[in-house]
Ligand binder design. Sequence first.
Ligand SMILES: Cc1cc2nc3c(=O)[nH]c(=O)nc-3n(C[C@H](O)[C@H](O)[C@H](O)COP(=O)(O)OP(=O)(O)OC[C@H]3O[C@@H](n4cnc5c(N)ncnc54)[C@H](O)[C@@H]3O)c2cc1C
Length: 403
Amino acid sequence: MINLDDPKKFRTLTGQAHQVAMNMLRPISRKYDLAEHEYPKELDMLAAMIDGLSESGASEGAGAAGVRRSEGDDDGAVKNGTNLASVMSIAEMCWGDVGLLLSMPRQGLGNSAIASVANEEQHERFDGLWASMAITEPNTGSDSASISTTARLDGDHYVINGEKIFVTAGDRSDAVVVWATLDKELGRAAIKSFVVPKDTPGMTVERLDHKLGIRSSDTATIRFEDCRVPAENLLGSPEVDVKQGFAGAMATFDNTRPLVAAMAVGCAKASLDLTRELLEEAGVEIDYDRPAVAQSAAAAKFLQMEADWEAAHLLMLQAAWMADNRKPNSLEASMAKAKAGRVGSDITLSCVELAGSVGYSETELLEKWARDSKILDIFEGTQQIQQLIVARRILGLSSAELK
Ligand SMILES: Cc1cc2nc3c(=O)[nH]c(=O)nc-3n(C[C@H](O)[C@H](O)[C@H](O)COP(=O)(O)OP(=O)(O)OC[C@H]3O[C@@H](n4cnc5c(N)ncnc54)[C@H](O)[C@@H]3O)c2cc1C
């Protein structure tokens, strides 16, 4: 029988994450939404706490850095592991604030890339680093196979040239995981990722962007001009395996997309919880024993949103659980991201609508959550791109056959 309860062993972790979200993130949420680009210094203490928990073993994957498919522990038993712990705790933290979660030291999306692709030596060398991830370029967004940033081998270094835009935590992180091509002629198989530490000459953070939401998170444009990084900073294998194609670099997304789904699930839950309170205060009763059609329009809408939320939540758990159990999860990771990204936006905006003027005003955080959630349906692959991936996987078509 399927047991849909949260695993008992993660209750302490999710309980702690919820407390942090409520007592540390929520109180500073509006402050840093208004003070865009100002560093949320309160997060340093929180990051130290998370490091302490991780070191003591009390926390299994409190953030993006926790995601990793470990080798050698395949004893055949079903596992609820780091991936599941990460999505559950990230959802709780994003119940507090998505932008602040994205600003958490040492929990960047680049850390997930390192966790997914790095070898043992690199795991050790880059441990404790805060890494952002730079794929997008002025002429490359959804079609990440067409990036034009280059990495040329020169002795025992790679020389990187190009421009990356919209790098989350690109200013604050200690290093950037940069996607670059070893040889454009060889197509997508030649795309590799490189860990570039911030003080590397030739790497310049050019500007920070102003945004609709997640304003507490910095989003940077970074230029690379003859930027030399040690050859051993190339993540994974330097071989260009045309047969394997893009699979190596894309493996990162199987781990990061469930995390973004978790962010959407957490943010939408925050909106639902507050809206329920506001509806109850307004005398709207939500009755789980009566069909939605027999209830008020507001209650019926709320029940429909909760059902959508539950579907997204279950897909998120499934994608992470499959990663924990070393099952290929590209399809499920995209399904989770597509469903959670879409319903996250729908729910948060519908909650603004249901709460009326209170929803639209800055006295509550509902309007902020509607702004914050939109990005979760855009970055790490847009809604349309996730649907394309799902369709390709189900129909057994390649990216050349279904564009
Ligand atoms: C706040 C923020 C933070 C970000 N953080 C990062 C980061 O940390 N690292 C990073 O590398 N990037 C980051 N990005 C970039 C983000 O991943 C891209 O914006 C996203 O991949 C979409 O690319 P694009 O903006 O170029 O849109 P485009 O690819 O130009 O797409 C525009 C529209 O066309 C649709 N579309 C494109 N191709 C198809 C198709 N084949 N079929 C159907 N529809 C299609 C898209 O879904 C979208 O609706 C961030 C962006 C923002 C706004």
